[in-house]
Unconditional design. Structure first.
Length: 94
């Protein structure tokens, strides 16, 4: 199963767009902004704080049901968040 989760993570990192990526996470650090397409269920299961942010964003989401919800993380380095994502998906880090 870990290989399957690694494949899901790699799809996110490689910009693969899938309807299963139901969450956009926008990280902002200084002048650097990066958007990650992720699976809300996986991210919510990795952190109670992120789960609460996702739930709040879902409750405020009024766009089309096919549009992904978005959460914004300020003062978060994109490369560090990417490592957090890798851990959330695979339970391993580089």
């Amino acid at each position: 199963m870990n290989d399957d989760m690694q494949n899901l993570f790699d799809e996110n990192s490689n910009g693969f767009q899938s309807p299963l990526h139901d969450l956009l996470v926008k990280t902002n650090f200084g002048d650097v902004t990066k958007i990650f397409q992720v699976h809300a269920f996986i991210l919510a299961n990795s952190s109670t704080e992120l789960a609460a942010m996702i739930q709040k964003s879902k409750s405020e989401h009024i766009a089309s049901k096919s549009d992904p919800i978005t959460i914004e993380l300020d003062d978060v380095r994109p490369e560090l968040f990417e490592q957090c994502l890798k851990y959330a998906y695979t339970h391993s880090c580089d």
